[in-house]
Write a protein that binds this ligand. Sequence first.
Ligand SMILES: *[C@@H]1O[C@H](CO)[C@@H](O)[C@H](O)[C@H]1NC(C)=O
Ligand SMILES: *[C@@H]1O[C@H](CO)[C@@H](O)[C@H](O)[C@H]1NC(C)=O
Length: 330
Amino acid sequence: MVSFSYKSMALVLLPSILALCFISSSAEFHRLEHAAKNDGSLSFLVVGDWGRRGTYNQSQVATQMGRIGDKLDINFVISTGDNFYDDGLTGVEDKAFQESFTNIYTAESLQKQWYAVLGNHDYRGDAVAQLSPVLRKLDSRWLCLRSYVVNAEIVEFFFVDTTPFVEKYWLDPEEHTYDWRDVAPRNTYMASVLKDLESALKGSSATWKIVVGHHTIRSASHHGDTQELVNLMLPMLRTYKVDFYINGHDHCLQHIIDSNSPLLLLTSGAGSKSWRGDTDMNHDGLRFFYDGQGFMSVQLTPADARIIFYDVAGNVLHRLNMSKEIYAAI
Ligand SMILES: *[C@@H]1O[C@H](CO)[C@@H](O)[C@H](O)[C@H]1NC(C)=O
Ligand SMILES: *[C@@H]1O[C@H](CO)[C@@H](O)[C@H](O)[C@H]1NC(C)=O
């Protein structure tokens, strides 16, 4: 009898000891919490590739984000990177921060937390400045880190710094300069990001898992697929049953399905300059493509996800619904 209860105690304790070891070995990605709504649902907007002092329809997109943000009572906004054109910020005192962010996204519904990642254009300036708490003092909405996790109860977000993965940026330093402080050497950095991403995904018990990065994994537009991410990250997203990979980089809106898993690859990189005009409409898995400006909204409940793409005038271009039971993408 005694030995039996010891045994069952050990069985109860073992998982928590393992969990503790696991937590201490996976504390690399900075972790943040964001409360869901009272009914457990959550909604947010996604915009990417935007900072051009209002030009190229950035201001028009911002106005419509304000309107839809109000309608959906959003909890926050996600930026998929290339936050400031052409070459990121020159430093924390760069007025582009106010001129392209604070003074553009002025609607009341957008006065929420923004979660941002860096894009390749951000790396062409002072990348470290965008991560600085000084910017958070200038505009408390701003939060940009390299790779981090936001736990929002029914959903966990895994923000990944994808620019260092792209080898050509390292091989061609003549054309542009990149701010690799705290990143180089590339191989060590990638290995550590992938290891931390894997342990964060493995440890997640959230209903929905969403990975956000600047670069495309799959894309029918100008930049196309990012082979480094297809090779190194896509298998991990499949293994750990990530629901959505959300990116920018290509200045368009698109919805691509994965051939091997229920993963959806969603591009929202149309926050300002777009209309590139070189789309491969035969790209594998392409379900929706729009070459002009716009943004995306996501509404999540424990059972369903509703995703909507909008154009520069706020018109609905494409909707898709997903259910946790049957992956009924439309
Ligand atoms: C702004 O949006 C309108 C409507 O889609 C489009 O016709 C126009 O070309 C866009 N302007 C730029 C600079 O992309
Ligand atoms: C998605 O679901 C909502 C209800 O949650 C419904 O109003 C809407 O029509 C659905 N859209 C599609 C494309 O099925």
